[in-house]
Design a protein around this ligand. Structure first.
Ligand SMILES: *[C@@H]1O[C@H](CO)[C@@H](O)[C@H](O)[C@H]1NC(C)=O
Length: 486
């Protein structure tokens, strides 16, 4: 969801009408929940799983890992039983809706990073398949954390996103529009530490690269506007406020968006926590304390929790292997990686390295399904189908075209998959990072191919499950370690 798209007439209109409005005022986020239960030594290249583990449990079993002295927040799946949003089950999106919305995010990332398209092409290609609805709980398979804002502090659950920079929350008086959120809407007038940023401030101009939109100005208050891939958006005052991550980690003057006009698929969350590479992201604003290092672990199922941890101690474990951040062609927000190969069942697939290097790859916490160059996905799919021959195949699930009916089995085996990144780093995906299912009669390989060779590849959040993923932005590297959370 959270992919700021480049400036559009649509957002321009929203910004404009919001400004006009202000003037008048002034005059007056299931993935396959696989868990290894049986590891057969004779099958070191296979994961053996229970079919019953494919679906999440209805109750939350919180993990304690990662909750040590470090600055660590609990990560929960937006729509699972561990979510602070406790959404109405009936309103939770279907797998099909999640996958459609995932494709909207991917389309928007592709338009943003594509150098071949003109501005007009970008506009024309920005149609989305699901219209954004105010207060709708339709949302992609994203993860949330809870932070404190203001004095006295108010807890807010925000979607965390490594693909965008600006942090924002809906703010009273919701001058234009707020969608429904679970927690009370943040009220700056009730906080002793809130202040507006003026248009003449140099940080106001940083919004241009952080949001893709030139800031507006209303009675000398700086106005931000950010639009995401699914046409969700937030417009409001650019502000600073006290941010409380943990009881000991408090940041005065944290720059964020106080949203007065918000619409979209945020699923009851109060807003978004921007963890991208650009100037206004949380990572950059907390650099003096955390040294631009953070890590997270996304839980294997929506009925368990992971962590988001800040600071240098994140990723000091020797089990973490680092690959360099790739700098070319990934824009200013995204984190680029170089995939050099993929292995399945212990065998390296025959994919030429140039297949990956032509388009490049980013790692994204908000994209659900990993996107590969067409030739790489074909090779992976063919090898997976070969290894899964004995299981009955079934129809496609939205963008996932390699699916099996496992309803008549109690246990089954899938080949292990590992990714090789530049720097000689091999990362074995967790068993939870290979399949995606809503029911045992349709269990699918959780990868998709891009439509063309030049589109950037995306290492998505299903594949990151249970891995400790360390972003060492200062050291220009990303690390991976096994079994970081439940
Ligand atoms: C922030 O700016 C808006 C618009 O100019 C104004 O309505 C609001 O009172 C300001 N808030 C503070 C705390 O200055």
């Amino acid at each position: 969801m959270a992919t700021p798209t480049s400036s559009s007439p649509f957002l321009g209109f929203i910004l404009f009408s919001f400004l006009v409005f202000l003037c008048s005022l002034n005059q007056l986020g299931f993935a396959l929940e696989g868990r290894e239960t049986l590891e057969n030594n004779h099958l070191t290249h296979m994961h053996t799983l229970q079919v019953s583990s494919l679906l999440p449990s209805p109750t939350c079993s919180s993990s304690t890992k990662g909750s040590d002295k470090r600055a660590s927040l609990t990560v929960a799946h937006k729509h699972g039983p561990c979510s602070t949003l406790k959404l109405d089950k009936a309103k939770a999106p279907t797998v099909d809706e999640i996958l459609q919305q995932d494709q909207s995010r991917v389309n928007s990332i592709h338009s943003r990073l594509s150098k071949k398209l003109s501005r007009d092409d970008l506009r024309a290609s920005k149609d989305s398949t699901i219209p954004a609805k105010s207060g709708s709980t339709i949302g992609s398979g994203n993860y949330i954390v809870t932070v404190g804002l203001g004095t006295p502090k108010k807890d807010l659950s925000l979607i965390f996103d490594t693909g965008s920079d600006l942090t924002w929350t809906q703010c009273k008086p919701c001058a234009r529009s707020c969608y429904q959120q679970k927690e009370p809407t943040f009220d700056p007038s009730q906080s002793a530490t809130y202040s507006n940023i003026s248009c003449s401030s140099s940080v106001c101009s940083q919004l241009t690269s952080a949001t893709g939109n030139t800031p507006g100005c209303s009675t000398s208050t700086c106005i931000y506007g950010i639009q995401y891939g699914d046409q969700s958006f937030s417009v409001g005052f650019f502000s600073k406020e006290k941010l409380t991550l943990t009881s000991t980690d408090v940041f005065n003057n944290f720059l964020f968006g106080c949203g007065q006009n918000n619409q979209g698929l945020f699923g009851g969350a109060a807003g978004l926590l921007g963890l991208g590479r650009d100037a206004l992201s949380l990572v950059q604003q907390t650099a003096s304390k955390y040294g631009r290092v953070f890590s997270y672990c996304l839980p294997s199922t929506s009925s368990s929790t992971g962590h988001l941890t800040f600071g240098k101690s994140a990723g000091t474990s020797s089990a973490i292997k680092f690959t360099p951040l790739s700098k070319s062609g990934q824009g200013t927000s995204f984190y680029g990686l170089d995939i050099v190969g993929i292995s399945l069942g212990g065998r390296k697939l025959s994919i030429s390295t140039s297949t990956f290097s032509n388009a490049g790859t980013i790692i994204d916490s908000g994209t659900v399904i990993t996107r590969l160059p067409p030739a790489a996905y074909s090779a992976l799919k063919a090898a997976f189908r070969q290894a899964m021959k004995k299981y009955p195949s079934t129809g496609a699930l939205s963008i996932l075209d390699t699916c099996y009916d496992l309803s008549k089995y109690t246990s089954f085996s899938i080949p292990k998959i590992s990714f090789s990144f530049s720097g000689g780093v091999n990362v074995d995906l967790d068993a939870a990072g290979i399949l995606y299912a809503q029911k045992t009669s349709q269990v699918c390989l959780a990868f998709a191919g891009n439509s063309d060779d030049s589109s950037v590849g995306i290492f998505g959040n299903v594949q990151q499950k249970r891995l400790d993923v360390v972003y060492d932005v200062a050291g220009a590297r990303v690390g991976f370690g096994p079994a970081g959370c439940a």
